[in-house]
Design a protein around this ligand. Structure first.
Ligand code: GDP
Length: 432
């Protein structure tokens, strides 16, 4: 879907505008301090147009952090969206905080809409008109709260919004798309640089538009790969607070565009909650997964033993992901990344014929029938793989299967078919 991003200072009414466009009343409010919303991207629909709306303002900075926060929003929005809505409070006008952002927005080739919010009635329109001087074109006066002007704004937006996101355009048969993700300082940019230096960079700057390079194509082991959102890796937002929020926003957006993710971990540090969260984002996205344990050159025997224990404890649920122990600094084992990516993608694309899958189910249920629950025993009538990328199965049953039994089926599927590097999804339809 095409992506519309919303950028602006705190209190200009971004949430109100998001809610108005999505047709909701309340913003989702999370109680993590500093993060007002846990989700940043929403599927939206207006008349017959569907789109993704990205609210980049989910992190509420303190007074000191405002400038950096708005700049980070703009940077993320410019890279990841097809159209940017820049929201200004018309009753206040542009402030010094807006200056830096305005400069960024003027430079981009992407369409930018200047939204003059809080114009609750026609008498305030001259205030909105004063925003012409920002050099971002015509101000669009709206009242996000009352809905005034929003339909007109969206009509203009849809005139320039592509049907399919240029950013996320999936070239079928094109190079496979890889996202390098991980928390800050694990070595993502070192890995990218080392790889790009030693291998042929095919087209250095690939993008939605030529001015805003987003992806890079690199030839590895004789094949071209597309590394998505390398802009986000190379040009890091330097923020103290809020860095997690923008990092997570970028990670989600990169995963959206990718087919396979390399999660980079730093073996010189304990595996952290943040590492686990990033892996969870990959699992939620349904993308194939490779784990790269980086900075292997820093590992001593003690740390190494401890690391293996941590992996067993914290990353047991992704034990099916191919693992490569690398050093972006020395180049150790970098050549093993490609086979790992290929394995993961192959699993991700795997389809099991319905006949085979049902033979598998029959054997499994004969050996290990579902436990009897309340005098009844749910039976699996039939199963089929409904899609690949990732492999997704549906089981038609006579009753709800225990979660434990479903996990057992998943484990068995992996034992028999491998699916190394790919999540698998098993859904259930209960036939009455
Ligand atoms: P990013 O934030 O994930 O992109 O991390 P960087 O690539 O900027 O790396 C963070 C720091 O770790 C830098 O000082 C790198 O030089 C260092 N680093 C990255 N990879 C390795 C590695 O394999 N071994 C060692 N010893 N240091 C590394």
């Amino acid at each position: 879907l095409p992506v519309i991003a919303i950028v602006g200072r705190p209190n200009v009414g971004k949430s109100a505008l998001v809610n108005r466009i999505l047709g909701r009343r309340e913003a989702v409010v999370e109680d993590t301090p500093g993060v007002t919303r846990d989700r940043v991207s929403y599927k939206g629909e207006w008349l017959d147009r569907r789109f993704t709306l990205v609210d980049t303002g989910g992190w509420e900075p303190d007074a000191k952090g405002i400038d950096a926060s708005v700049a980070a929003q703009a940077e993320v929005a410019i890279d990841l969206s097809d159209v940017v809505l820049f929201v200004v409070d018309a009753t206040v006008g542009a402030t010094s905080t807006d200056e830096h952002v305005v400069r960024l927005l003027r430079k981009t080739k992407k369409p930018v809409f200047l939204v003059a919010n809080k114009v609750d009635d026609a008498r305030q329109e001259p205030e909105a008109a004063a925003l012409w001087n920002l050099g971002l074109g015509e101000p669009h006066p709206v009242s996000a709260l009352h809905g005034r002007g929003v339909a007109d704004l969206l009509e203009s937006v849809f005139k320039v919004l592509p049907e399919v996101s240029a950013v996320a355009k999936q070239e079928i048969g094109g190079p496979r798309r890889v996202a390098i993700v991980g928390r800050p300082n694990v070595g993502k940019s070192s890995l990218l640089n080392k790889t790009a230096r030693e291998e042929r960079v095919v087209v250095n700057e690939l993008a939605g538009t030529t001015r805003d390079p987003v992806d890079e194509q690199i030839e590895l082991a004789g094949k071209v790969w597309r590394f998505v959102d390398t802009a986000g890796i190379r040009r890091r937002v330097h923020l103290q607070q809020g860095a997690d929020f923008y990092a997570s926003l970028r990670t989600q957006a990169a995963l959206e565009k990718a087919e396979v993710a390399i999660v980079v971990l730093d073996v010189s540090q304990p595996i952290s909650e943040q590492d686990v969260r990033i892996i969870d984002l990959v699992l939620e996205s349904g993308r194939a997964l490779v784990l790269a344990y980086n900075k292997w050159d820093l590992l001593d025997d003690d740390r190494r033993r401890y690391l293996e224990r941590e992996i067993e404890q914290d990353l047991h649920h992704v034990a099916w992901a191919p693992r490569v122990n690398i050093s972006a600094r020395t180049g150790r084992h970098l050549e093993k990344l490609v086979p790992a990516l290929e394995t993961a993608l192959e699993s991700w694309d795997t389809r099991i014929p319905t006949g085979k899958f049902n033979a598998f189910l029959t054997e499994l249920t004969q050996e290990h029938p579902h436990p009897v629950r309340g005098g009844k025993q749910p039976r699996i009538l039939f199963g089929t793989q409904v899609s690949t990328r990732p492999p997704t199965f549906v089981l038609f049953t006579t009753g709800f299967l225990d979660p434990g039994y479903r996990r057992f089926i998943q484990r068995r599927l992996r034992e028999i078919y491998g699916f190394e590097g790919s999540p698998i999804v098993v859904n259930m339809r209960v036939r009455e």
